[in-house]
Design a protein around this ligand. Structure first.
Ligand SMILES: C[S@@+](CC[C@H](N)C(=O)[O-])C[C@H]1O[C@@H](n2cnc3c(N)ncnc32)[C@H](O)[C@@H]1O
Length: 272
């Protein structure tokens, strides 16, 4: 664990492995197994994600270029939340300044262990610390960081809208006043079209099970207490028949469903 992060923790980890901190948070994360691990390491998934070769990664590099320049030139340590197999926005920022201390985190301990293996073998020029903890209850002090980043990080938490709100409150808490949360999150471009597909399909719209289905990310950020500095950069992805059963139904009924991904630059107000 890099020195700049050690002092930011509010409690000791349950376990330290290869200098990374583990807080026993697997029950909140994705249940990845040994097949995923094999896939990440031996099928080149970590490598291509890090290098920005996947389609959405590529779009992210363009979307986040400007804000990554800003973080890179500031050179302050940053926290990547729910880093997943893609490492979120960390590769984009570190490509611009490999020396910045980055703390990449995820609830899933297997994912963190596997990233450590990959980093030690392939990414030694970077200063990447790792920790396994849940976004819903971060073991970090209040007002600890200048920058938090995430790609579908808040959207990945379970428990629907209330889980997302809890995670957002946590991010707000650990940011310094004036600190910035850079988030890429996605939402359906047009909810009525989603309803239409389920109607044609004859199934209840399962996305409505999420209590925040109709709440825009913009409104979730505002209701938590963030100031929105910018939210005007987007890209779109078509839901395809390979996405899931819903995507298959949408394409069968010739109904194009788009996901809209937006870059949000959010500031913690100086006084809240
Ligand atoms: C689809 S990935 C998110 C995308 C990821 N940032 C990327 O770049 O690939 C979902 C990740 O969120 C993690 N996750 C889900 N809920 C979490 C929570 N409460 N705290 C921390 N990580 C969580 C999962 O373990 C998983 O690795």
């Amino acid at each position: 664990m890099n020195d700049s992060f050690v002092e930011l923790f509010s409690k000791p980890p349950k376990e330290i492995i290869e200098n990374d901190f583990y807080f026993d948070a697997d029950s909140d994360g994705d249940p990845f197994d040994e097949n995923d691990e094999y896939f990440w390491l031996n099928q080149g998934i970590f490598k291509s994600n890090w290098e920005g070769k996947r389609q959405d990664r590529d779009a992210n590099f363009i979307l986040c270029d400007e804000i990554a320049d800003k973080i890179a030139s500031d050179g302050k340590p940053f926290l990547e939340i729910a880093c997943g197999p893609g490492m979120g926005l960390a590769p984009i920022i570190l490509a611009k300044n490999p020396q910045i201390p980055c703390l990449a985190t995820d609830a899933c301990s297997r994912l963190i262990r596997t990233w450590r293996h990959y980093i030690n073998n392939n990414l030694t020029r970077y200063n990447i610390s790792l920790a396994s903890f849940s976004l819903l209850d971060m073991p970090l002090k209040d007002n600890a960081l200048d920058y938090v980043t995430g790609f579908l990080g808040i959207g990945s938490t379970r428990n629907g809208g209330s889980g997302q709100l809890q995670a957002l409150k946590e991010v707000l808490r650990i940011l310094k006043p004036g600190g910035v949360f850079v988030a890429v999150e996605g939402e359906f471009e047009d909810l009525t079209k989603v309803d239409e597909v389920f109607k044609l399909w004859g199934k209840p719209n399962w996305y409505r099970n999420d209590d925040s289905w109709q709440t825009l990310w913009h409104d979730k950020f505002i209701s938590t207490g963030f100031q929105i500095e910018s939210d005007d950069r987007h890209y779109y992805r078509k839901w395809t028949k390979d996405s899931n059963d819903f995507g298959e139904a949408a394409s069968r009924f010739n109904n194009q469903i788009n996901m809209k991904y937006s870059l949000y630059v959010l500031r913690k107000p100086n006084r809240i």
